[in-house]
Design a protein around this ligand. Structure first.
Ligand code: NAD
Ligand code: ZN
Ligand code: ZN
Length: 339
């Protein structure tokens, strides 16, 4: 099969011939139709996170495809099903985190396109117990970004504790953020969008943001405070550490800040403000299988519609360069095969 793999950190993805994998127990072989390209794939290629994958590996964790074969013990999937791989490729199912509905925190989890080969190829393996079931009738190009970007921001928005009618700031209007605007609107929240690029802010407006702030022009904290009186919640998907510090200043007393973005680095956090304003700052990593079901149902009901641009696997390195330069509107989805 043709697949794109990372030979070494910082090098270009090489598209070449790879053996079609064989499904083991609880696994299914999937013919990949499409895959989204997440900024996490770029972190994987660069090897810029503290926990690294082992090259060579095939990235990709927003893959959509049809089940071609199943291994032993599979009960959840059948040949022909439309499924997706995900960052939470599998978890142990037995630890305290798995037992208490926090499988996303399982220390024995496998991650699609990171610790196991992902969806940048014509075939991939999924763990049938953890693979996403993609609703029938989904457009395989449009639905792909829901598998990571969608479920991640959907879960994070729930964790902001923002109620209908209250303000949420979405900081970073890329692949994650432009879908976050749509979930937030669908959940009844009032949205203020922050980015450093005007075209991203235009996209946020199109998807229902009431307020847009360009963090490159003047002080974004003052602009958000003026427009919202302080936001009840802030969701940071931005890929620059500066946005994380600014989020604290944008939040109303008693509010919650949720971090999704994972740029390498740190940011200064003002202890006095956090304590006196009673702020909650929390991280959030993707979502559980149940979050995935719900996130996909929003798509199936037409409540969210990712902005996508279809490209081919051969263009993957150009796509990553465009992502690095912040030039992608919404999400790029690679077409692996027709169907
Ligand atoms: P993306 O490249 O599509 O979008 C990033 C956006 O951040 C761009 O619109 C860019 O203009 C904006 N940005 C850059 N600097 C900014 C600043 N100072 N202020 C405001 N906005 C700024 O990336 P993506 O695919 O949306 O991923 C975003 C981040 O989230 C990545 O670090 C990725 O690894 C991470 N991620 C986390 C999870 C999770 O579960 N926590 C899941 C998926 C992705
Ligand atoms: Zn991702
Ligand atoms: Zn576990």
């Amino acid at each position: 099969m043709r697949a794109g793999s990372v030979p070494a950190f910082g090098e270009k993805i090489v598209v070449g011939d790879h053996p079609v994998p064989t499904p083991g127990p609880n696994q299914a072989l999937v013919r990949v139709l499409t895959t989204g390209v997440c900024h996490t794939d770029l972190h994987a290629v660069d090897g810029d996170w503290p926990v690294k994958p082992s090259p060579p590996f095939i990235p990709g964790h927003e893959g959509v495809g049809t089940v071609e074969a199943i291994g032993s013990d599979v009960v959840e999937l059948a040949v022909g099903d439309l499924v997706g791989n995900a960052w939470l490729w599998s978890a142990c199912g037995r630890c305290e985190f798995c037992r208490t509905g926090w499988e996303t925190l399982c220390e024995s989890q496998e991650n699609g396109g990171y610790s196991v080969d992902g969806s940048f190829g014509e075939y991939m393996l999924v763990d049938a117990r953890y693979a996403a079931k993609v609703p029938a009738g989904s457009d395989p190009v449009e639905v792909a970004p829901v598998l990571c970007a969608g479920v991640t921001v959907y879960k994070a928005l729930k964790l902001t504790n923002v109620l209908p009618g209250q303000w949420v700031v979405i900081s970073g209007i890329g692949g994650l953020g432009h879908i976050a605007v749509q979930y937030a609107v669908a959940m009844g929240m009032r949205v203020a969008a922050v980015d450093i690029a005007e075209d991203k802010l235009a996209l946020a407006k199109k998807h229902g943001a009431e307020v847009v702030v360009n963090a490159k022009d003047g002080d974004p904290v003052a602009a958000v405070q003026e427009a919202t009186g302080g936001s009840h919640g802030v969701l940071v998907t931005a890929v620059h550490p500066a946005a994380f510090g600014q989020a604290i200043g944008m939040t109303r007393r008693g509010g919650t800040i949720v971090f999704n973005g994972l740029p390498p680095g740190d940011f200064p956090a003002p202890i006095f403000d956090i304590v006196l304003k009673g702020l909650t700052i929390r991280g959030s990593i993707v979502g559980t299988r149940q979050d995935m079901i719900e996130a996909l149902e929003f798509y199936a009901r037409g409540q969210i519609k990712p902005t996508v641009q279809e490209r081919s696997l051969d263009e993957v390195n150009e796509v990553l360069d465009e992502m690095r330069a912040g030039k992608i509107d919404g999400r790029v989805v690679l077409r692996l095969s027709e169907g």
